[in-house]
Design a protein around this ligand. Structure first.
Ligand code: SF4
Length: 189
């Protein structure tokens, strides 16, 4: 018996030709706003506004273990003009409020805001005159993430929730009716 009798038969498949054949018969339809939303939700560019311990926790979300890249949101930008997702992670004092608003105004539209942790969402345990008792006093917030600090899993959950909102075209009245807070536009006496 010759050795050639034991050679297994190798069949080659021309995947490209098959794909071309499939494309001749198949059609893919969608709505324009659906495909735009699909693109937006999978290409969020976050601006991390970390002011305290939550900022450190946010760093771990970007690292290899939790890897925010899996959700298309790893391109962290430190310029508001290149960002569409503001992640506020930490305590915001009254003095920082105008800066936060300024940054929010400079961001690209459509833009989104995640409030990460107790301090950003409500002032946390800093029940003090100089601490903003929640960033929603000055900017419109889409997703609040509870915790002190929130776990990386909770942050990922918040990002996924925002992605769901974008995909579903959820109305955002808090954003649509947002104005610069009056106390920031009045001159200080
Ligand atoms: S919520 Fe807790 S962990 Fe986050 S900034 Fe405030 S004190 Fe720090």
């Amino acid at each position: 018996m010759s050795s050639s009798q034991f050679t297994p038969e190798i069949k080659t498949v021309d995947l490209e030709a098959q794909a071309q054949e499939f494309l001749k018969t198949a059609a893919f339809t969608t709505r324009l706003d659906d495909i735009i939303a699909w693109g937006r939700k999978n290409s969020l560019w976050p601006l991390p506004y970390g002011t305290a311990c939550c900022g450190i926790e946010l760093m771990s979300v970007m690292g290899p273990k939790y890897d925010l890249a899996r959700f298309g949101a790893e391109v962290v930008r430190f310029s508001p003009r290149q960002s569409d997702l503001l992640i506020v992670a930490g305590t915001i004092t009254e003095k920082m409020a105008p800066v936060l608003v300024h940054i929010y105004q400079q961001m690209l539209d459509p833009k989104y805001v995640i409030s990460m942790g107790a301090c950003a969402s409500s002032g946390g345990f800093y029940r003090a005159y100089h601490v903003l008792q929640g960033i929603d006093k000055v900017v419109p917030v889409d997703v609040y993430i509870p915790g002190c600090p929130p776990s990386p899993e909770a942050v990922l959950d918040g990002v996924m929730l925002l992605q769901k909102m974008i995909e579903n075209h959820d109305p955002r009245p808090w954003k649509d009716s947002w104005k610069v807070p009056q106390f920031l536009t009045q001159p200080q006496s």
